[in-house]
Design a protein around this ligand. Structure first.
Ligand SMILES: Cc1cc2nc3c(=O)[nH]c(=O)nc-3n(C[C@H](O)[C@H](O)[C@H](O)COP(=O)(O)OP(=O)(O)OC[C@H]3O[C@@H](n4cnc5c(N)ncnc54)[C@H](O)[C@@H]3O)c2cc1C
Length: 388
């Protein structure tokens, strides 16, 4: 094998998109993926492309990504299924109305186009299928959603056309560091010499980082996901809730795809060609009730698939996107905390900048790993894990 310039661990959206950006620049890239592309979060995801509800530190990244999404299919030469029909975040109680009102005020101050829909009639003018019991909502017309498998495949295929190599069904066991520099990676099949390694391993990133004393503090909660058979068009925007206990969207193929809030993971994951996490019956039942209370027609649909997904949740629900100061050539991208899909087109450009040593085109200071060591004990914890 020709020695690559860069090895990327992980064939999720971040690994595949970063491979594309680097291959486009003429770098020799190898992606090593334990299972298959989009086998974990990037396939389990709801795949909302959302700016609303983002932390102020992440908002510039999300806004920049939304600029990139409309032309992505053309750029990659394959459909991403991106559609921009907005995001409604629903308030179902008076307390939630206050939450949404504050969100709208704060995010409008930050420059985001966001409207407060005060009455149920206002909401149903945007989404007639919403239950009459929902009180108010925020509406961000420039949010949307995409097809996650198609998007990851589009990035992978474009990267391959530019010479990137994908080693699938292969695990990276360790990163070899000599004199504080990356010297290579060791997989369960071969050793690959390289000067740069990008760890985009999602919930498994610490398997490689902890032996290097670079652990990212991650909690791993679980989200239940249901997908229905095709139903007639009834929902254009992505739905979320003020307290993040559900999210929903109608895919372009007509299927409804809905997610629960984040709950404790029972710890079991079946290993096979693809990793499988099964939700509890209780969680499935609760998700159906929560979604149907806001979107009554959901109750009439037939369930086609049920799965659960794991989140790589950091203490402040912001990712780590950095060139590790301790080890030359090591770039870390993990901790996307349930909202890394929509921003990936921009994240991958930032990772490209970090790999080649350019000044990142957007500030990444908020995404340094050292912030966890600097955080005040008892400081603000991640309030919401908004996925969707
Ligand atoms: C249920 C759910 C709903 C979500 N909804 C949204 C949403 O609406 N909008 C949004 O923006 N985000 C959402 N997210 C989050 C988003 O999907 C993720 O942040 C994003 O997909 C992360 O991509 P990634 O490439 O970093 O990680 P992943 O997709 O998890 O990819 C990591 C890959 O690395 C591989 N890997 C790990 N370790 C190794 C190793 N040692 N060797 C080889 N391979 C390895 C894994 O097999 C995996 O395929 C959601 C997530 C979930 C689970």
């Amino acid at each position: 094998m020709t020695t690559p310039d860069i090895v990327i661990v992980g064939g999720g959206i971040n690994g595949c998109a970063t491979a594309y950006q680097l291959a486009r620049d003429g770098h020799r890239v190898v992606v090593v993926e334990r299972y298959a592309p989009a086998a974990m979060a990037s396939g389990w995801t709801l795949a909302g492309v959302r700016q609303s509800g983002r932390d102020p530190a992440e908002l510039p990244l999300a806004r920049a990504a939304v600029e990139l999404w409309p032309s992505l299919s053309d750029e990659l030469g394959a459909e991403t299924g991106y559609t921009r029909d907005g995001n409604l975040r629903l308030a179902r109680t008076e307390d939630e109305v206050d939450v949404i009102r504050r969100l709208v005020d704060d995010q409008r101050d930050a420059g985001l186009e966001l409207t407060f829909l005060e009455t149920n009639d206002d909401i149903r003018a945007v989404a007639p299928a919403i239950a009459p019991t929902v009180l108010s909502a925020s509406f961000c017309p420039t949010d949307g959603h995409a097809d996650p498998l198609a998007t990851v495949e589009a990035y992978k295929a474009a990267a391959e056309r530019l010479g990137a190599v994908f080693r699938l069904g292969e695990s990276v066991r360790s990163i070899d560091v000599k004199n504080d520099r990356v010297a290579g990676v060791v997989t369960d099949r071969v050793r690959i010499d390289c000067g740069v390694c990008v760890v985009a391993g999602g919930v498994h990133a610490n398997d490689l980082l902890t032996p290097l004393a670079l652990t990212v503090p991650l909690r791993i909660p679980m989200v239940t996901v249901l997908q229905t058979d095709r139903v007639p068009p009834l929902l254009k925007p992505v739905l979320g809730a003020a307290n993040a206990d559900f999210a929903a969207r109608q895919q372009l193929d007509g299927r409804l795809r809905v997610t629960s809030g984040a709950t404790d993971w029972h710890g079991a994951m079946e290993d096979g060609p693809l990793p499988v996490v099964n939700p509890s019956v209780d969680s499935v039942a609760a998700t159906i009730e929560t979604v149907a209370a806001a979107l009554p027609v959901f109750r009439e649909a037939r369930v086609a698939r049920i799965w659960a997904g794991l989140l790589d949740l950091t203490p402040d629900a912001l990712p780590v996107i950095e060139r590790a100061p301790e080890i030359d050539g090591l770039v870390i991208a993990t901790g996307f905390s349930g909202h890394g899909f929509g921003i990936a087109p921009m994240t991958s450009l930032l990772l490209r900048d970090l790999v080649v040593g350019d000044t990142p085109r957007l500030a990444v200071d908020a995404f340094r790993r050292s912030r966890f060591a600097e955080a005040e004990p008892g400081g603000p914890a991640a309030s919401l894990t908004l996925h969707g």
